[in-house]
Design a protein around this ligand. Sequence first.
Ligand code: 5GP
Ligand code: MG
Length: 178
Amino acid sequence: MDTITIHDSTFRIFLQPGEIHDAVERIARQLNNDLHDKDVIFLVILNGSFLFAADLLRNYHNSCRISFVKISSYEGITNEGRIKELIGINEILEDKTVVIVEDIVDTGNTLDCVINQIKEKHPAELKIVTLLLKPEAYEYPHKIDYIGFRIPNRFVVGYGLDYDGFGRNMTGIYSLVE
Ligand code: 5GP
Ligand code: MG
């Protein structure tokens, strides 16, 4: 399927399942090499990362913990401005290597919130994995340690990513036809 329609929008194939598979294996190899001697906990940021995390972590062969967290859709207002709350972290992260698994980093606002809330729990170190990064949109200095693809500033769906809740089950990644 080269194009799909969701509601009234058309999306064209952008990354084939095979290309995604190769990138996922490449990142898994890097993680296997880099983290084998560490006390690792993967924090998978739901919902969009569910397929990526499943494929990535079945190729990670060292001992690790895996946990799933979610950003609340509710935005609280604090002194620092708008923050979204990270829900579901029940693990002790102190002195562990925490690896955040993200589907996509766009402006980086979400990632920044996640990082700040994880840092409060005093991990030994923090690594960041994202399948997709939009470099033109990214506004933060946080180093992203493992990147599947750098993509143009266009809206994409599939392989976990949704448009209004639809499209997550597509095995390829599709970009919006403007
Ligand atoms: P950020 O906070 O980095 O601007 O955006 C992160 C969140 O926005 C992602 O976790 C994702 O939910 C959503 N997002 C950003 N770009 C896209 C995109 O191209 N497609 C989809 N489906 N979601 C996106
Ligand atoms: Mg996400």
